[in-house]
Design a binder for this molecule. Sequence first.
Ligand SMILES: *Cc1c(COP(=O)(O)O)cnc(C)c1O
Length: 399
Amino acid sequence: MDSIALEKSVTAANYDSLPVVLREAKGVWAKDTEGRRYLDMMSAYSAVSLGHGHPRILKAMAEQAATLAVTSRAYHTEILGPFLERLVKLTGLDMALPMNTGAEAVETAVKAARRWGYQVKKISKDRAEIIVAENNFHGRTTTIVGFSSDESYKEGFGPFAGGFKLVPFGDAQAVEKAINGNTCAVLIEPIQGEAGIVVPPEGYLRELRAICDRHNVLLILDEVQSGLGRTGRWFAHQHEDIRPDGLILGKALGGGVYPVSAFVGTRDVMSVFNPGSHGSTFGGNALAARIGLEALAVIEEERLVERSAEMGLYLIDRLRSMRSNIVKDVRGRGLWVGVEVDPQVVSGRTVCDALLAEGVLSKDTHGTVIRFAPPLTITREEIDWGMERVERVFARAMH
Ligand SMILES: *Cc1c(COP(=O)(O)O)cnc(C)c1O
């Protein structure tokens, strides 16, 4: 049986994967089982922002794995402190709680926000509310999908946890109207990724910051995908010069090799946790901490944030200059660009299949937006290589 048939016969069908079997990858390039080469414009939803198999990450990982890997946080290690110290310095926040996946870090943020609501804001027991945005994506746990506005994420998985209020994304006034005495937090993606790389109006985050301050509500940003250089700044909220009370990170924090996530916050917020209140067997293990620390060092020393800004402008220019009647919109920030295609003319999936045949890995979101989010290490020449193929596909799709 071939790999695709085998995989399909033994895995739940929760993904509709593109028909390619990848065998190896290095940097921005991947190879399939037939030896064909692909430019990775997907980066595993930004988990591979440093590129595949980054030599420094692999070295740190091998060294640490052979020395000390998983101990559980029943004990201390020499490496968790330095990792989180670097993380809090970078974010301008005070403390962090390490987890593994993005969804777990979001759950951690929800717990922190609610406890802060009860202990600090003095909201009555079990009344805390969190305001979230329509079309949000924060992960796949039952609590998280419960406050999604996307039926396909939720259908058949209820009953869901209460205490969440949905408002339109990009509308700060709607947030202020939804706030009441029980509101403990606003939880938002500064740029909505899975919704189709939706950039809110200029000033949105600054307004949210002011509204949250005015009403004693925490502003918590989910930068699992937008953080760590993806948008051309270390964090997307820096485009508006604000500081959140809580910041959720993941994906690229694992250097492309391991799941590493964290909830980072102010001392005020993080102080609500006490022994026994939260945990994770693997969260903050020595291997994860070493990889996370190395990932942050690589992003800084290789100037990947600056590269993302510079190459992102180039990428978006190239995409905007393509003439094609299938393209309705090109938007994004840094090396995070979405091309919205006209579903009347062609489906996003058809475009992605055609890109695959040309040697470009991408994946549509919601059938209409093609994402271009390569590793931040991509060069101008590699972008050119990819854009020649994208242009060919877009031109062909016109007929
Ligand atoms: C991917 C993502 C998550 C969930 O991360 P997992 O590691 O898949 O659990 C949460 N929030 C955002 C914004 C994401 O893009």
